[in-house]
Design a protein around this ligand. Structure first.
Ligand SMILES: [Fe+2]
Ligand SMILES: [Fe+2]
Length: 153
């Protein structure tokens, strides 16, 4: 992690670009599962890709907690409440992610793999969509915000 402070707009851009990368990985994982029957992809590759995805999601959530949460905290009077909510959602997502990735790694049939990957992809796409609606907005992550506790009073 760098100590360089990031502007809110830059944080927003980075989070959005990480989301697009995660969605791309999900699409590739789904494409891999769809080719299981053709023999060009084997179950082990799907399992390794799912495991790698969990690592990338952990880095992504860490980035959001390190950079996005403090910026949102300063954005307006609801900042601290939003940050608490974000942490609670991440805790839930980590649990669910562990559960789904473990299920994928333990799957013993192409159908089991396919259903695990579908659940994982659906969950993550929904999380990303909600997060972009609630937090990753240009209103909350704006460079023009002057913190009230600095100049107020
Ligand atoms: Fe998140
Ligand atoms: Fe995110």
């Amino acid at each position: 992690m760098s100590d360089q402070p990031l502007m809110p707009s830059e944080i927003r851009r980075k989070v959005l670009s990480q989301h697009r990368e995660i969605e791309q990985m999900l699409s590739e994982l789904e494409a891999g599962v769809a080719q299981l029957g053709a023999g060009t992809v084997d179950g082990g590759q799907v399992k390794r890709a799912a495991y790698a995805l969990r690592g990338i999601l952990e880095l992504h959530m860490n980035f959001e907690e390190t950079y996005m949460a403090p910026a949102i905290n300063e954005a307006d009077g609801f900042g601290p409440e939003r940050v608490r909510h974000l942490h609670a959602e991440h805790a839930e997502q980590r649990q669910e992610l562990d559960r789904l990735v473990d299920a994928i790694r333990e799957a013993s049939s192409p159908d089991g793999l396919a259903s695990g990957v579908t659940k994982l992809a659906n969950m993550l796409r929904k999380d990303i969509e909600e997060e972009e609606r609630e937090y990753v907005t240009d209103k909350l992550l704006s460079d023009n915000i002057i913190p009230t506790d600095t100049f107020g009073g």
